[in-house]
Design a protein around this ligand. Structure first.
Ligand code: AMP
Length: 721
């Protein structure tokens, strides 16, 4: 045979060309050997092609089928490249990791149908322990795999394995199924309760949250006591004799949030006369025992005391205290939806106010559910306080009422200087209300527009610092806001900024900026991170993106982000890596921080604690705010569609003034005889001052804009998509 051809034996047959992936030998070859990285299995005909190793299985996923049996299903799709073979099988290997230490999973784990020789692209794995991390490696094999293993591995060959690390999460706490009283005295009750059966592998002890209060307490001054317990029984002492108490017990998830269904019951202490000396000894003994059982003893919502102590409000964070130092207080935000009955959540996180203690004075805004009033709250024994009162308009459905009150259930869990403070709710009367602290200067966006140019960078950064501190608190509580924007920040007399707007439905319905996306939900596009728009990945990192937009809004005195671009144009620009330019007079360090907040890769964005410390640093050394970021007025004055014939993008002076939000000076220009854009372009700073533009911020805005108009180049379309 010629080189490149072969014939298995000397015969009269024709020589055949060397098959795929074989070497071409010299003349007279009896067979063509495999090229490097390709193999023949013993049963492959020597005249056939050689095959490569399969590439890795793809799309490996683990799904939990029967959590309680410690079982999961691994599945994958066949390798993209089978090496030209059809005899693909798979094997699964398991490693168990505790921290960084990993070891083979050993014999205990069960595989169904098997751990090797699998022809199907799935295997069920059982007898796994919860809370351990498992790494499963799935390898694709073919008839030539074992021969490849004997040879030297080729560095450039992609591996035939895919790995995945997973764990079974038993985060769902068990249900409390029954509660009973074991012993009663005149001032103590011993209670115990049972829970639904738990998966065998669940390793952590369950903790319970027991809440109780006197049954017939006037809710206005109710004292709730909350105990966090490690055992499913407790003795409660110091109760009033002959009094009915309401108890509610609920298991806590491993994150410390209540879950599962709760059990509620009512028990009464014995009347006074039953107290004998014998009982006293029992109570004393039990009280000591009881105290030892308590994991954390927490007393919250001591409403009466709280009111007496003026209004330093106690939220979960500072109200919950721990009897042992290393135990963290419960400070994760609890979604009111986790409560079967949302009314329970309101009751738990908000104090009830009697409507007679509230005086409405004036409508100050329109909320989604009804008007917002300014008013006065005068609770018995407390000083009058100015409050904002959100009302629920008549004709609401029960669902709307619950949605309305959900804002209070959320707000009531927070206690921070930069989060709007909940005073209480009215739920027991026909007209439900939410009462919060009053913020004299209203919404931040409007406040800034009304005071354009009147505040220094230092003051603006101070405001941003407050918002960042509020957001840090929310992110520490694992609360994701989703609608952070200047319109949802309120400002008080001291120019303190507080984050507000916590309704559960708000992103869907409330926000006028909310726009329906292709995926159906309503999202305020200009404020929302790309991953949240694209696939609803709302996290504290997406809140950081929104914070970047708020920074821009603040530094631009309430300018609308991306001006008049349509939502579609905004999304397109962001995808093409465009970002908002620095606002006029914005310190460079502040603009740099905005750009960091708008990094595409959300893991690279700063976190709220980083943002707070950076802003603090800038405020501590005000000189750091003196370097101003480059400002390009051409970007902010784009109105290509209104382009006039004279080369100016504006057809009239008033159109131009409108585009830079300076319409209030229209008359000044007309009176001064400046009626064409050509005349505008001739104006000097002095002329602008002379026609009556005195505010430094406005003067600058107009002057910059004229500068930009003079320097007309194609960069005008930086944001014109
Ligand atoms: P909201 O339904 O929370 O968006 O409130 C509607 C409007 O009412 C806001 O934009 C504010 O102007 C005003 N508002 C709401 N809460 C307060 C408050 N606590 N203090 C002052 N004004 C408020």
């Amino acid at each position: 045979c010629q080189p490149g051809f072969f014939k298995a034996s000397a015969s009269g047959e024709m020589c055949e060309p060397c098959p795929a992936h074989t070497e071409r030998l010299g003349s007279g070859a009896l067979l063509c050997p495999c090229t490097d990285g390709f193999y023949r299995a013993p049963n492959d005909p020597p005249t056939g092609p050689c095959s490569g190793l399969p590439s890795a299985p793809r799309d490996l996923v683990a799904t939990t089928t029967q959590l309680s049996a410690g079982k999961l299903l691994l599945s994958w799709t066949p390798p993209e490249d089978t090496g030209g073979r059809t005899d693909i099988t798979y094997s699964v290997e398991c490693r168990r990791c505790e921290g960084a230490a990993c070891q083979p999973c050993g014999e205990k784990i069960r595989y169904e149908p098997a751990s090797a020789g699998l022809t199907d692209t799935k295997v069920s794995v059982s007898e796994l322990d919860a809370h351990l991390n498992y790494t499963f490696t799935v390898e694709a094999h073919s008839g030539v795999t074992q021969f490849a293993a004997q040879g030297t591995p080729r560095a450039d060959r992609p591996p035939s394995t895919s790995a995945l690390t997973t764990s079974l999460h038993y985060t769902d706490p068990p249900k409390v199924t029954s509660m009973r009283v074991d012993e009663r005295t005149s001032n103590s009750l011993s209670l115990s309760w049972a829970v639904s059966p738990r998966p065998r592998a669940q390793p952590r002890p369950i903790r319970y949250e027991l809440t109780y209060r006197k049954k017939d307490d006037n809710l206005d001054v109710t004292m709730y006591t909350v105990l966090i317990l490690e055992k499913s029984s407790v003795q409660i002492n110091d109760l009033a004799p002959g009094t009915a108490y309401l108890f509610r017990v609920q298991a806590l998830s491993s994150e410390g949030t209540p879950g599962g269904s709760s059990m509620e019951d009512e028990y009464e202490t014995l009347p006074e006369a039953h107290l004998t000396q014998n009982n006293t000894a029992v109570i004393f003994g039990a009280a000591v025992g009881g105290a030892a059982m308590l994991f954390i003893v927490v007393v919250v919502l001591l409403v009466r005391k709280r009111r007496r102590n003026s209004h330093t409000r106690q939220g979960p964070e500072d109200a919950y205290f721990s009897s042992s130092e290393q135990l963290k207080p419960l400070k994760t935000y609890v979604d009111p939806h986790t409560y079967e009955d949302p009314n329970t959540a309101v009751l738990k996180f908000a104090s009830e106010i009697h409507p007679s203690h509230i005086t409405k004075q004036k409508v100050i805004g329109a909320g989604e559910f009804g008007e917002v009033y300014r008013g006065i709250l005068k609770a018995p024994g407390r000083k009058e306080v100015a409050v904002a009162i959100k009302t629920l308009k008549p004709g609401y459905s029960e669902k709307q009422r619950q949605d309305f009150l959900s804002e209070a259930s959320i707000m009531g869990q927070f206690s921070h200087q930069n989060i709007i403070r909940l005073e209480g709710v009215v739920t027991k009367f026909k007209h439900a209300m939410i009462v919060t602290e009053y913020m004299e200067n209203g919404a931040l966006d409007k406040y800034l527009r009304d005071h354009d140019g009147e505040m220094s960078s230092f003051q603006l950064v101070g405001m941003l610092r407050g918002i960042a501190a509020g957001m840090k608190y929310l992110s520490d509580m694992s609360y994701v806001h989703r609608d952070l924007a200047a319109r949802n920040i309120l400002v008080n007399n001291n120019l303190e900024c507080k984050v507000s707007d916590f309704g559960l439905s708000r992103v869907l319905e409330d926000d006028p900026e909310g726009t329906y996306t292709t995926s159906g939900g309503k999202i305020p596009i200009r404020w929302t991170a790309p991953e949240a728009i694209a696939y609803r990945k709302f996290t504290s990192a997406s809140d950081v993106w929104s914070f970047g937009i708020v920074m821009w809004e603040v530094m631009a005195f309430g300018e609308r982000p991306y001006w008049d671009m349509s939502n579609h144009e905004v999304m397109k620009a962001i995808n093409e890596a465009f970002r908002l330019p620095a606002p006029m007079d914005c310190p460079s360090a502040v603009y740099q921080l905005m750009l960091q907040c708008w990094l595409q890769d959300r893991s690279k964005r700063p976190r709220f604690p980083d943002i707070v410390s950076l802003l603090d640093k800038l405020l501590r050394s005000p000189d750091s705010l003196k370097t101003i970021a480059d400002f390009d007025p051409r970007v902010s004055i784009r109105l290509p569609s209104t382009s006039g014939s004279d080369g100016s993008p504006f057809r009239s002076v008033s159109e131009w003034l409108e585009s830079i939000k300076m319409s209030q000076y229209s008359e000044n220009f007309t009176c001064a005889g400046v009626v064409t854009m050509d005349q505008v372009l001739q104006m000097k700073n002095e002329d602008i001052k002379n026609i009556g533009v005195r505010l430094p911020g406005h003067l600058k805005r107009i002057a910059y804009s004229i500068l930009g108009l003079k320097d007309q180049t194609s960069t005008l379309s930086v944001f014109a998509v």
